[in-house]
Design a protein around this ligand. Structure first.
Ligand code: NAD
Ligand code: MG
Length: 418
């Protein structure tokens, strides 16, 4: 590896984002090194991946004639966050890899001095502790785990600012907004360009594909199956975010994410339905000018930008094919059919403990839907009900948020089992 390559810790390496990130690293011409990979339980996938990397590393070196084969594509460390995961596959690992277990090991690892960038790509509220640990240590966090911001809100961005870290969005919409906002001087360390961001931006507009049910007659939504909900029209993603995209709860979480990431009031955040998923979001300025970022739907680009910011290089993300005709459409969202959107705006407006409650209930509800224990339509209803029912606090600590997360999960499980 080149001396200047940045050392990236990939949290949630076996996921949809994690795997795309490994492709970005492989195509980065040694700009990056994935020095640590974490998985929750998928030890078999991890070992298979590492064995393939060994083969790839050896053949690349032989092909290039750059001296002796070395395992330079290998991670130095792997962390299995669920200590009860099957350890048998680990016996087949090549020697010399440090193997650690548990969430605490992950939090300790991301604080290490020799980690340059932490790619936070764990799914759900489980991602907050390691995001927090990395920001406490003043690291640059490339944040795919939107739940960290939905739960933690300004506590997360304040921590980054205070400790000299930064949060660079990986979520494609927020990456797009970040790219559009650059002329205001906004920086991912919370610097808003001396107020230019709030003076000159009229609103930010998140695009949403509309999910698989955009054109379904409203009464069919009562009969949605798990397979229906997992069939996303434009993106291939993990199960939880696929269901969130079908309820549009994903957009609700993204409204809340944008609220805290850009310190933008909820009243200045809008959503537009854009079924082609080519425009990833837009910023409307006070003079009526709109700047949008467009590219084919491929998460490798926002991941790469989060890792290379402020520089750009070719990379291996899919390119637009300008030889083909392309029509881009925009529709206002149907707030009645998708009540999650109003819920997202409400939570973004009130802050405090509301984000942690909705996030936790949604996670439990999605899990119950995937296990066929909760009808699709009840996912959002349950989030609304428990939000109404909770004792709102305006300025919780991070530990209090974990308690609220726990309470909301228990409540949601109780409602579902009734
Ligand atoms: P995924 O389900 O495909 O992968 C999740 C990863 O997290 C896996 O590596 C898994 O081993 C790990 N994991 C699961 N539970 C864990 C736990 N309790 N503790 C530690 N690790 C755990 O998810 P994904 O689709 O890659 O999404 C990851 C995150 O990125 C989510 O927050 C999602 O909202 C966000 N995101 C994803 C996409 C996408 O295209 N997939 C786009 C934007 C944002
Ligand atoms: Mg997104």
């Amino acid at each position: 590896m080149s001396k200047n390559s940045r050392r990236v810790a990939v949290l949630g390496a076996s996921g949809s984002i994690g795997r795309s990130a490994l492709e970005v690293v492989a195509g980065s011409d040694s700009r990056f090194e994935a020095v640590m990979l974490s998985v929750h339980r998928s030890t078999d996938w991890l070992v298979e991946q590492i064995c393939q990397m060994t083969v790839r590393g050896v053949s690349e070196r032989l092909k290039d004639g750059r001296g002796k084969p070395q395992n330079s594509f290998l991670p130095e460390t792997i962390i299995i966050t669920d200590p009860s995961a099957d350890r048998t596959p680990l016996e087949n690992l090549p020697p010399g890899i440090e193997i650690l277990f548990g969430q605490d090991a992950l939090c300790d690892y991301v604080r290490r001095d020799d980690v340059d960038i932490v790619l936070s790509a764990i799914v759900g509220s489980a991602g907050l502790r390691s995001t927090w640990a990395a920001l406490e240590a003043g690291k640059t966090v490339a944040l795919a785990n939107k739940e960290s911001l939905v739960m933690g809100g300004s506590l997360v961005t304040d921590l980054a600012r205070k400790n000299g870290g930064r949060v660079i969005p990986v979520d494609s919409e927020h990456s797009a907004i970040f790219q559009c906002l650059r002329e205001t001087g906004w920086e991912p360390n919370g610097n808003d360009g001396d107020g230019e961001l709030h003076r000159t931006v009229e609103r930010i507009i998140l695009t949403a594909s509309g999910g698989p049910f955009r054109t379904w007659p409203a009464d069919y939504l009562a009969n949605v199956t798990v397979t229906d909900a997992l069939t996303h029209p434009t993106w291939s993603m993990g199960k939880k975010i696929s269901v969130d995209s079908a309820t549009l709860m994903n957009k609700a979480l993204e409204i809340i994410e944008a609220r805290w990431l850009f310190n933008m009031p909820a009243s200045k955040i809008g959503v537009v339905i854009h079924p082609q998923s080519v425009i990833h979001s837009l910023v409307e300025f006070v003079d009526g000018a709109i700047i949008a970022q467009m590219s084919p739907p491929d998460m490798r680009l926002p991941i790469q930008w989060a890792l290379t910011y402020p520089e750009r290089y070719e990379g291996n993300a899919t390119r637009m094919d300008w030889a083909k005709p392309l029509t881009l459409e925009f529709f206002p969202p149907d707030m009645e059919r998708f009540p999650a959107l109003s819920l997202g705006l409400e939570v973004a407006a009130v802050g405090g403990t509301a984000g942690a409650v909705v996030n936790a209930v949604n996670e439990v509800a999605v899990d119950a839907f995937l296990r066929r224990r909760l009808p699709f339509r009840h996912i959002t209803t349950l989030c609304q009900q428990i939000l109404k029912h909770h004792d709102y606090e305006m300025s919780p600590t991070i530990e209090r948020l974990f308690e609220i997360d726990w309470w909301a999960r228990e409540e949601a499980s109780r409602w579902i089992s009734q």
